[in-house]
Design a protein around this ligand. Structure first.
Ligand SMILES: C[S@@+](CC[C@H](N)C(=O)[O-])C[C@H]1O[C@@H](n2cnc3c(N)ncnc32)[C@H](O)[C@@H]1O
Length: 374
């Protein structure tokens, strides 16, 4: 079947030119689109290009749920990854991806398949081949692809995961999070970070079953999605050490008090979510070679570098105000006061009103009162 030209248009994204569907349907995800392409995910693809440049020196990519093929195509054009495989179970996505590979003169470097993603990954494993970077970008939850994506990755390979199943991970449906992620997640004031830590926990435990540590490199929350990057490290000792950082959390919404290692929220990953070492390399890359990606990606990486990497979780400024009353200080003012009092404090990428600090809630109340009752 040929692609009807009136249903598609040619766009440029990064260094790629791709045919994408013309969408008239207002619903999201569009019900009648011949193949899925989301322009709102351009930022995420830009960021992935930038991070891959800081993480890899070459190799092969697998885009097992590729839609138009935009991710795999961009990775081969814009990162050290030299070749790879695009795959989508949809016949139309398969045809569009094949056309897009030709459009970018990548037929020698990218093969296109039409298989179920898990079946393809198992087949690659069976052939003895291993992949350097796998990008799992499904509709909804990625849980059913993590085990085969882990199997297909080589040592030091990079796993990228998108999850649009945000409602169950952000506490709207704790029973669903328990069922899908083996994790009890109620509503909290730090729901974005808790969602990432629940997803990271799931991925680490899936890796542990295969005696590998999927080391978290970077995680963040976008509009309607979570995204996480991991580097596969082997060694049972590393896995055992990592599993010690998977634990429960207690949280009292009234006082805002959190306690790690107790309670019934979780289990979640309590270790670092960011590798500042890689973020610094990513920033150097963007400043030397990646300016074409624009200021948004650069600003995002800079903000991540300014954020304290621990402790886990943040306080929400508006909730602090409703707890402590008085004048609500500006974010910057409160952060400065916390630092003056010897605490670590920063903004967080997870929420524009979140403050990450190692200051306990009672001490925070004292500092708040000193500011707001002056
Ligand atoms: C969110 S879209 C991918 C978007 C694309 N990665 C991008 O950045 O534009 C998910 C894709 O997965 C495909 N898909 C769904 N189930 C699949 C399966 N079991 N195996 C392979 N592809 C599948 C769908 O046809 C759809 O194109």
């Amino acid at each position: 079947m040929a692609l009807k030209s009136e249903s598609f248009k040619l766009i440029e994204e990064g260094k790629a030119r791709v045919m994408v569907p013309v969408i008239k349907d207002e619903s999201f995800p569009p019900r009648r689109s011949p193949v899925f392409y989301n322009p709102a995910m351009k930022f995420d693809r830009d960021l992935s290009v930038c991070l891959l440049n800081s993480l890899l020196n070459g190799g092969e990519v697998l885009d097992p749920l590729c839609g138009t093929g935009i991710r795999g195509i961009r990775y081969v054009l814009e990162t050290p990854l030299e070749k790879g495989i695009l795959n989508d179970v949809s016949p139309m996505a398969f045809r569009v991806s094949r056309r897009n590979v030709e459009l970018n003169s990548l037929s020698e470097k990218l093969s296109v398949r039409r298989r179920d993603a898990n079946a393809l990954m198992h087949c690659i494993v069976e052939s003895g081949r291993r992949i350097d970077a796998v990008d799992v970008d499904p509709y909804g939850s990625p849980v059913k692809y993590i085990s085969s994506a882990t199997r297909v990755l080589r040592r030091r390979g990079i796993l990228m995961i998108t999850c649009t199943d945000t409602s169950s991970l952000m506490g709207t449906y704790p029973r669903v999070s328990l069922r899908r992620y083996s994790c009890w997640i109620p509503r909290t004031e730090f729901r974005e970070e808790l969602a990432c830590r629940a997803l990271v926990q799931f991925v680490i435990r899936e890796g542990a079953k295969q005696d590998v540590f999927l080391k978290p490199i970077f995680s963040y929350v976008g509009k309607h999605y979570l995204r996480a990057f991991f580097c596969l490290e082997s060694g049972a000792r590393k896995v055992d050490k990592a599993l010690k950082m998977v634990d429960f959390l207690d949280y009292d919404p009234k006082s805002g008090r959190t306690s790690l290692g107790e309670g019934r929220i979780g289990p979640i990953w309590l270790g670092p979510l960011f590798s500042k070492e890689h973020l610094k390399i990513a920033l150097d890359w963007i400043e030397s070679k990646g300016e074409y990606l624009g200021i948004k990606v650069k600003g995002f990486i800079k903000a991540a570098l300014l954020e304290e990497n621990d402790p886990p979780f943040y306080y929400d400024l508006h909730l602090l105000h409703s707890r402590f009353k008085g004048r609500c200080p500006a974010m910057g003012e409160l952060i400065e006061k916390l630092r003056e009092n010897g605490f670590r404090a920063s903004r967080t990428l997870f929420s524009p009103t979140g403050i990450r600090t190692d200051c306990e809630i009672d001490e925070l109340k004292r500092i708040w009162r000193a500011i707001s009752h002056r």
